[in-house]
Design a protein around this ligand. Structure first.
Ligand code: NAP
Length: 297
């Protein structure tokens, strides 16, 4: 039976370290890190995420500035708010909650964020630096959380085969890029799978480390995993209960019951990768604060 990777307690441990550092920096500089979060429209899931981010900031002493804009806000007005926040000294990180309403071009908005305040790690400058292995950048939060978990559960990553299922710009591509870099937290042999693969099991069965971000329940069954693999399930899928909506439940992309019998370690859903994602946003905001205040990392 696999070890269940407890993302919640790892996240709590990391948040305690962040809180401690924020306090120390406050005594040293007289300032607190600030994160601006912009929400456009009334997407209920986005509202929940924005609330969770604000609460997490509060818990570690990061000041959160929430900007809630009407669904009809123009792209120009949104970009103009971002420019104001780029110039605001009390704001160290800027996050635009995605998805945006369809009349707004997401790339144009992300490009408007100062790369030194891009704590989501989506700006092309940060993406480019990540790809060339320049660590002086912001890494996207979910891949950073996955890398943290992998490092805690795999001893020597050098030469381990990591198979990534999914090639999105927010999870699959960045994580694959991060894990192929020649450094101690990576140095893996990386394979990326997507829907063009006729048989993803052919690839996943070769994985020492299997990361799944497909967005579909049961993408990975027990017979698709090598014995002793470490499995990171990024997927979050809501399974509705047709008779009682209060009884709907969240599942990942991996069939937990089957795969936990084969793997050495596995993340549950919920309580695996999810808590790490917001924690890494806090870590990135602290990193931005240190950049802006010229504090050596
Ligand atoms: P996405 O943009 O929909 O990308 C899904 C990727 O998986 C695509 O590259 C797709 O291939 C691939 N894929 C789908 N089904 C597949 C299959 N059967 N075999 C092989 N590849 C398959 O999704 P995403 O934004 O990366 O998110 C993935 C999941 O992670 C979602 O459930 C999302 O909610 C969750 N998520 C969780 C967190 C967290 O903090 N826990 C953060 C972000 C995302 P193609 O490119 O060929 O279409």
């Amino acid at each position: 039976m696999a070890i269940i990777i407890d993302g919640k307690s790892i996240a709590e441990e990391l948040r305690a370290e962040i809180r401690k550092e924020v306090n120390e920096l406050k005594s040293k500089t007289g300032k607190l890190p600030g994160l601006a979060v912009i929400l456009v429209g009334e997407n209920p899931a986005s509202q929940v995420y924005v609330r969770m981010k604000g609460k997490a900031c509060e818990e570690v002493g990061i000041v959160s500035f929430q900007h809630t804009l009407h669904h009809d806000t123009s792209q120009d007005d949104l970009v103009s708010l971002i420019r104001t926040l780029n110039a605001a000294p009390e704001v160290n990180g800027i996050l635009v909650q995605l998805p945006l309403p369809s009349h707004i071009n997401e790339n144009a908005v992300i490009n408007a964020i100062d790369p030194l305040k891009d704590v989501d790690g989506f700006h092309p400058v940060n993406v480019g630096k990540m790809v060339i292995g320049d660590e002086d950048c912001f890494y996207p939060c979910t891949p950073l959380g996955c890398q943290e978990l992998i490092n805690r559960y795999v001893n020597d990553l050098k030469g381990k085969h990591l198979v990534m299922v999914g090639r999105s710009n927010i999870v699959g591509k960045p994580l694959a890029n991060m894990m192929v870099q020649k450094n101690k937290r990576a140095n893996c042999i990386v394979t990326i799978c997507h829907t063009a693969a006729a048989d993803i099991g052919y690839f996943t069965r070769q994985a020492d480390i299997l990361v799944v971000a497909a967005g579909k329940p049961n993408t990975i069954r027990g017979n698709m995993v090598k014995e002793g693999a470490v499995v990171i399930d990024v997927g979050v899928n809501r399974i509705e209960n047709p008779t009682d909506s209060a009884k709907s439940k969240l599942v990942g992309d991996v069939n937990f019951d089957e795969v936990s019998k084969v793997a050495a370690a596995i993340t549950p859903v919920p309580g695996g990768v999810g808590p790490l994602t917001i924690t890494m946003l806090l870590a990135n905001t602290l990193k931005a604060f240190k950049y802006h205040n010229k504090i050596v990392q």
